[in-house]
Design a protein around this ligand. Structure first.
Ligand code: AMP
Length: 210
């Protein structure tokens, strides 16, 4: 099984698909957004600084996020899904030549209609531990406001509010999208139509990795 590097704008379904692949295929999932949110939750000085960057929808420094990532993976024993890293060409280079040096992987681009994306993200809710993801329109919980799996309250991430989402999409267009050429040139780029249903996107990914 190859390692997977998921690329796509906020709300394109990377987290949802990661959760399914972890369950179905035994991948380990590493999300730099989740790692940063747990750093923020610790309330340290560093956490406070990270929070203000995240709440504005900007990117945290490459050094910090790369360190955090390296501390939280063990490539010798697991196959990973990288979700939210890399976020720019520099991070893509570091992942390719330092972190995944010589390790097989494929980059999967979640292609979505950007016009419908804002609506997708502002309707996103997550369990208060951040682990389960819902959408009020396309994937609602069975009981309003509560996570089906854990019963925890569903919350809206601060950075899923409309103004911040607009900025995150701009950051994506400017910083993250140029990585597609990087992976295309290496012959490592695959693409899924992420406007389709959760099940269909999952089938598309399974076809790529089988
Ligand atoms: P996510 O959960 O992937 O949507 O990430 C939420 C926020 O965390 C982003 O808007 C950034 O502020 C920050 N973040 C996550 N991953 C990275 C990364 N690889 N580089 C820089 N900032 C990141």
């Amino acid at each position: 099984m190859k390692n997977l590097v998921l690329i796509g704008p906020p709300g394109s379904g990377k987290g949802t698909q990661s959760n399914i692949l972890v369950e179905k295929r035994g991948y380990a999932h590493v999300s730099t957004g989740d790692l940063l949110r747990s750093e923020v939750a610790k309330g340290t000085d560093l956490g406070v600084r990270i929070k203000s960057v995240m709440d504005n929808g900007e990117l945290v420094t490459d050094e910090l996020v790369t360190e955090l990532l390296k501390e939280n993976i063990d490539l010798s024993s697991k196959q990973y899904i990288f979700d939210g890293f890399p976020r720019n060409v520099h991070q893509a280079e570091v992942l390719d030549s330092v972190i995944l040096d010589g390790v097989d992987y494929v980059a999967v681009f979640f292609n979505v209609n950007l016009e419908r994306l804002i609506e997708r993200v502002i309707n996103r809710r997550v369990s208060s531990d951040g682990k389960h993801i819902y959408n009020l329109v396309s994937n609602p919980p069975k009981k309003e406001g509560l996570c089906d799996e854990t019963g925890l309250h569903l919350i809206q991430r601060e950075d899923d509010k409309e103004q911040v989402v607009r900025n995150r999409i701009e950051v994506y267009e400017r910083e993250t999208k140029p990585m597609l050429d990087f992976y295309k040139e290496k012959g490592l780029l695959a693409e899924v139509n992420a406007d389709e249903s959760i099940e269909s996107v999952n089938r598309q990914i399974l076809n790529l990795i089988n």
